[in-house]
Design a protein around this ligand. Structure first.
Ligand SMILES: [Zn+2]
Length: 236
């Protein structure tokens, strides 16, 4: 039976070659594979209205524990990468390098970068962890009142976390980076029915001075939150 199938396949390919047509299964193979293994690098999906480069970390105890959340996220965390000039992809690779346990725990769902890619007007966005899983973004011994309000467990069980790249130690974000952050934040707000009242600086959850620029200049943090709420049509 197999031999007959092989012979048939041989002739099918031969005929296709003659008429100059690529066999159909070769055309659909990449898409099929993408659906079968969601952990593969995916440039964009039909679900995302913006361009996100999904390059998920290897599941490991230190940066991607593979824990699926029980309910949709109820907050969004914001962090600075704390490494001047580091790109979104380098940040992703830094989290990946933690899988051996040498550099302790830590990760985020998304990183917003310093440069635009593909002619877009906002900075590149890399996704490290699927939204349905938790990230180790705000682990601490003690949490603030705001963090405890999220739930009984550590805040990262309830949030989606975003790392923001910056050029220098002032931690100031460029307009291009902020534009990328805005696109991503609005997408997440719409998806999970959130608004600026659900936003947290790492500082608000644990007291850690992160993101530094928004802790040093709380007015800039308010400005960002107002900008998002205005775009979402939330009454201020
Ligand atoms: Zn942080």
């Amino acid at each position: 039976m197999t031999i007959i199938k092989s012979i048939f396949e041989y002739f099918r390919l031969y005929v296709y070659k003659l008429v100059g047509r690529v066999p159909r299964y070769e055309e659909i193979a990449p898409d099929k594979r993408r659906k079968d293994s969601p952990d593969q690098r995916v440039r964009s999906t039909e679900d995302d209205p913006i361009y996100i480069y999904k390059d998920f970390l290897t599941i490991n105890p230190y940066s991607r524990p593979g824990i699926t959340r029980k309910q949709p996220p109820t907050g969004i965390e914001f962090h600075w990468v704390e490494g001047p000039g580091a790109t979104a992809m380098q940040t992703r690779n830094w989290f990946e390098s933690r899988k051996g346990g040498k550099y302790s725990y830590g990760s985020s769902h998304f990183n917003v970068g310093l440069k635009a890619s593909g002619g877009r007007k906002y900075a590149e966005i890399v996704q490290n962890i699927p939204e349905k899983e938790i990230a180790y973004s705000s682990g601490a011994k003690n949490y603030t009142e705001a963090a405890r309000k999220l739930g009984r467990r550590a805040p990262y069980f309830y949030t989606i976390s975003i790392e923001i790249c910056h050029k220098d130690w002032s931690g100031k974000f460029t307009e291009l980076t902020l534009a990328g952050l805005e696109e991503l934040t609005i997408m997440l707000c719409k998806r999970y029915n959130l608004s600026a009242k659900d936003f947290f600086r790492h500082y608000d959850l644990t007291g850690k001075p992160c993101p530094k620029y928004w802790v040093d200049f709380p007015k800039e943090w308010s400005k960002f939150r107002d900008r998002i709420d205005k775009k979402l049509g939330v009454l201020l």
